[in-house]
Ligand binder design. Structure first.
Ligand code: C2O
Ligand code: CU
Length: 501
């Protein structure tokens, strides 16, 4: 099936960044932190676990007394958490009961190309929605692998334990569709990690952090409304910086509170925001030791723990951290703050510390071994420029001065080769590479920064900076995407493809 797109991002004439809610903001630290339910497989056999997710519209109460229409995996936001086992095949059948086409990407997944959620591999709605005329021809005509109503995504899970997430990846519409609720966590577990005495069970908690703004009636406020997305050809705004909301949600709840015992907790922190960066800290800080002990990043465990007073986290990055609440007096209220916020976004959530309890967990000095990719063995260096469009007809955002074209491959790395990729920016861009993680070797001409450790799949490149990473793709041939994970930048064409050969 051939489908075309207007290629215009669906963002209507706005360059606005910080959106102000029209609904009254709720009082912080009232709602208990929700934990998304863990999805059960519909069946399992010797090698494979099978899951079924229905994407559907729903109404949820996020602000007290108001209903927010969402697009939800299984009708909830965040979607259910998948917990799968390294080495066991995972098959997820997604059925699309939404009024819009979707694409599902497992972020951080080492996934064959046909299941990676290429931006034009649409799953059309079961309702029979078809693209309107102005999107069905012209411009960036695209030939994707389009499915009707549902699609099975097959994940070999040939990868180590890590905190992944899944989210929408539809060309030009990822921003609005993720903002509407299409995001969930996916944890991969393995024996190596389970053998460690890290906090687990109720003390292993995902924290999906994102910002939103709300209309008066409780609807999400976003510069493009669905009706307009489909009825208006769209006007490409100049250099849309990305959408920022004034309400911080953790696991879908505004500024929630979590009752914790005086013990160690493991938090898998994901920044699922469209465009917002956070600098997370705890107030008060612990009486001794660091606020956060980082044990893992995007691609799983670090070799050794790293202590941080604060965490800088850009869109799509994950930090797996341990916080020791026994370092606080029982009764202390510990607020997770955002040192980069404006007013209402300077706080994120709160922990209410209870009595000290017996805690057998600890953070071992050695967590894992990481194969170091040797830059001296790199067969080539590729340079990727992330910047604003230069020419009149190419407003929006570009990579190597080109806007996204699903048919154009900008690199053909050979499977098994080690390469150095150099990301250079004008402004601030969180750069994400599909298929395999990388290791940061250089940031701005210096050693990697404090938040660059371990295997990463997203790296925040600061204004006028360059970051070098060493990468090696393995196993799967195909077209894969490379893009800015500021979702408005991505939708405004800051994306390209490479083909592994
Ligand atoms: Cu999290 Cu290409 O995406
Ligand atoms: Cu960007």
């Amino acid at each position: 099936t051939a489908l075309a797109s207007c290629g215009l991002g669906g963002l209507i004439g706005q360059t606005a960044e910080l959106l102000t809610s029209r609904a009254p903001l709720p009082k912080p630290f009232r709602v208990p932190l929700p934990i998304p339910p863990v999805k059960r497989p519909v069946r399992s056999d010797g090698t494979t676990d099978y899951y079924e997710i229905v994407q559907r519209p729903a109404e949820v109460e996020i602000l007290p007394g108001l209903k927010t229409p969402i697009f939800g995996y299984d009708g909830i936001f965040p979607g259910p958490t998948l917990v799968t086992r390294s080495g066991r095949r995972t098959v997820v059948r997604h059925r699309n009961e939404l009024p819009v086409p979707v694409v599902v990407h497992l972020h951080g997944g080492h996934t064959p190309a046909d299941s990676d959620g290429f931006a034009t591999d649409l799953v059309l709605p079961t309702s029979g929605w078809r693209p309107p005329r102005h999107m069905a021809h012209g411009g960036g005509a695209m030939l994707g692998d389009v499915s009707e109503g549902e699609r099975e995504y097959v994940y070999p899970m040939n990868q180590r334990a890590a905190t992944l997430w899944y989210h929408d990846h539809r060309m030009d519409f990822t921003g609005p569709q993720v903002y509407r609720g299409l995001a969930g966590m996916h944890l991969v577990r393995d024996d190596e990690e389970e053998a460690l005495p890290l906090p687990d069970g109720d003390r292993d908690i995902p924290l999906m952090i994102c910002d939103r703004a709300f209309e008066e009636d409780g609807a999400f406020r976003y510069p493009a409304l669905d009706r307009k997305l489909y009825d208006t050809p769209g006007v490409l705004p100049d250099y849309m910086e990305g959408v920022l909301g004034d309400v911080i949600l953790v696991n879908g709840a505004p500024w929630p509170v979590l009752e914790v015992e005086g013990a160690r907790y493991r938090f898998r922190i994901l920044n699922a925001s469209n465009a917002r960066r956070y600098r997370l800290a705890l107030r008060p800080g612990p009486s001794e030791g660091a606020a956060f002990v980082q044990i893992g990043g995007d691609g799983g465990l670090l070799e050794a723990p790293r202590e941080h007073d604060h965490l800088d986290i850009a869109p799509a990055e994950r930090f797996d951290v341990v916080v020791d609440f026994s370092a606080y007096k029982p009764g202390t209220e510990v607020t997770m703050v955002n040192l980069l916020g404006e007013d209402s976004t300077t706080r994120v959530m709160r922990f209410r510390v209870g009595r000290r309890v017996r805690d057998h967990s600890r953070v071992p000095a050695k967590l894992s071994t990481i194969e170091r990719l040797d830059p001296a063995k790199a067969v080539r260096t590729r340079e990727w420029w992330f910047r604003r469009g230069r020419t009149g007809s190419h407003k929006g955002w570009t990579i190597n001065d080109k806007t996204f074209d699903p048919r154009r491959m900008d690199a053909r790395p050979k499977l098994g080769d080690i390469e150095i990729w150099r990301f250079v920016t004008d402004l601030h861009h969180p750069v994400h590479v599909h298929l395999d993680p990388f290791q940061v070797i250089n940031r701005g001409g210096h050693a990697p920064g404090p938040f660059d450790a371990g295997w990463k799949d997203t790296v925040d490149v600061r204004p006028a900076e360059h970051v070098e990473v060493v990468v090696r793709f393995t196993d799967y041939r195909g077209p894969y995407m490379l893009h800015c994970h500021n979702l408005e930048h991505e939708d405004m064409a800051m994306m390209t493809n490479f083909e592994t050969v």
